[in-house]
Each structure stands twice: as structure tokens, then as C-alpha cells.
Design a protein around this ligand. Sequence first.
Ligand code: PLP
Length: 380
Amino acid sequence: MSRYFDNAASMEISQHAWHAATTDYAIGNPSSTHHAGKQARQVLNESRLSIARYIGIDNPQDIYFTSGATEAANLLIQGYLNTLRLQPNAQRNEIIISSIEHPAVYQAAYAMTAHGFIVHELAVNQQGHVDTALLARYVSSRTALVCVMAVNNETGSIQPINALAKTVKEKEPDVFFVCDSVQQFAKLNIKINLDYVDALFMSGHKIGADKGVGCFYCNPRFKLQPLFFGGKQELSYRPGTENVFGIKLLAAALEESIAQLQARLDYISSLGETLTSLLDKANIHYYRLTSKEDSSPYILSLAFPGFPSTEMVNELALAGFAVSQGSACSSHKTTPSRVLQAMQLPKHIIQSTIRISFSMQNTKHDVEALAEYLIELTGS
Ligand code: PLP
């Protein structure tokens, strides 16, 4: 596992979180009224409270648990737009997203075109940043929803999310502003300003909890139509028995991540620096897609012109190194990354980009081994 550098796709479960979740294991169904049910409900309540504290809201009931970020994105985007559709005189039928959103957002937004919504994609610059002035030009009395990610999962580029949301709200306070927080949540020193951002979502396995659990916050001013129907769980927004064990893992992983946030940032940054300085020393010709200052140190997107990324990823895998071509959900595709194309990068860069993403499980020694192998592969 030490040569696993695909942590933006999924991270190892934290030992601390595992211990906390097994210690607090609750047999009961949180909707049951007996003792075992109450125990499970208490785990849910405490977990909701931890998340509420982290994002800085007073009412933990505004946090909803889901099976992950994809479900949360669909519920927020489609659920809110379906609410608008039910209003007799709804004027707002435009959606604005950045052109580098994750498929969970991108596809959810485009799915609504079947119901008369129009999607505007915001162009990004070559560093993968959305411009606030450009966003302002798109926002109008017809805008229903804006969704922009805090950190891009392929390149690590950090968006000026609070400035973007402020721009929208100053112009049109009734627009629903949603933020995909998956790669930023409990990882970066960024406080999402909920005076402007109305909803955000995350996924547990990106912070050391398990796959298949996540959550979102939604300002109660904005109402959602559920996508599924059933029981009254999660205020009926997301019916179905909650994944209590996974939710406890999520809350414990979150608490651990917050407690160690700065130390982790320092360590993770040092891993990236070790890698790039070894490549530099060996005079390797590579291109870093996003600047160190404006991107997450957890994600390093490097292009090695002349070395196709598909081959690099396979060669590295044969040598025991797990890296990716971009996002895990598009890793089986042979078409070039939509995100890198949206950044208008030259073809030779797009075709030779690999994503290296770190976690606390990676040691300096592992990074040196990775650098050595990259040098062997790409050096002349
Ligand atoms: N958004 C971003 C930025 C992501 O990186 C991911 C996962 O890679 C998702 C959404 C979807 O998360 P999940 O697959 O856990 O639902």
C-alpha cells in the first residue's frame, strides 16, 4: 500500500476512525425507539454535530447523510431544480457550472436539460481557475443554480469559492449556490463562507472514512425534492436506513483530519516538493499543470511531454506504483480528459498528464522511489 499515490480517488481508512467506529458500533436501526435504536441515533446525532461544528453552522439538522458525493450532488442539483419546476410562475431556468466540474455535478446539471433547463459552462484559464468577473456576466434573473467546486480533483486547482459565491449573491440573492467540497473538505485551510454558499457536499473516502458514505449541508431556505421515496430518514430528503457505521467513520475521520490539518498540509507539501525537486535535479522535462500557490498540495498533476499518460500509468502500475490519468471515474476512458481540455492545454500536455495524489500513509522514501522510477521512465 505504501506505493499508493491515488489518494484523491480513494484513501485508506484511518486507524483512528476505524477504532472509533468499532468501539461505538450500534446494532440498532436509528429509527427504532428501543435502547439499541437510540444508541444508533445517538451516533448519528453526534456525527452530525461534528460536521456542523466543522462547517460552522448552528443547526446540525441541516446536514444530511448520503451514500457519497455523487448522490449528494444529484440531490442538491436535481432536488432543488425539481422544487423550482413545481412552482407555477418559476422564471429561473438557467444553471451555471464551471467547465471542470466532476461528472457528479456535470451530468446531474445536464440531466436537467430534459426538463427545460439551460446549462452555461464557465470557461477556466490555463491554471484551471474560474474568473469572478466572467461568472458575474452569466448571472441574471434567470439563473436558478450555480455549482462550482472548491478544489478540482484532477489538477488540484483551488477556486476562489467565497469570492465567486459573493459575486453571485450580491447580484442575485435568490440563486442557489452549491459547492463541491470533496477535495477541500477537512484538507485545506479554507473556510467556506456560508453567508454566500448555500450548500456543500463531501465524500467520506476522500478523508479516511469508507467508500459509500458522504453528506451535504443545505441552507433550509432552499427546499429539495427527494430523488427516492420511502421512510422519513434525513427529513425525507434521503429515505433509507442510515449507514451508521460509515457515518461514525466519517465523523471520526473528520475530527482527526481537523486536529492534524496544518501538520498534514506541511507533511503533504513536503512530499510534493521532494518529488519535484528530484525530477528537477535529474533535469527531467515535465510540466506542472497548476501553480503551487493556487492548488492543493494533495494533488500533483504533472505532464511528461512525449510520454503518453496511459502508458505511464500502466508502466508505473507494473512497477507497483498506483497513480492515475485523472479522475478514477474516467480512468477507463480513452478520450482525453474533459477537464484538461477545458483548461485549453496543448494536446501534447493533455496526453501526457498523470495525477499523483498523496496521503499521510505515503513516506518520503516512497516518494523518492516514485521519483526514481519516473526518472528511469522519462529520462534520456
Ligand atoms: N466531486 C469530486 C471533486 C470528486 O473528486 C469526487 C470523487 O472522485 C466526487 C465528486 C464523487 O464522489 P463519490 O464517487 O464518492 O460519490
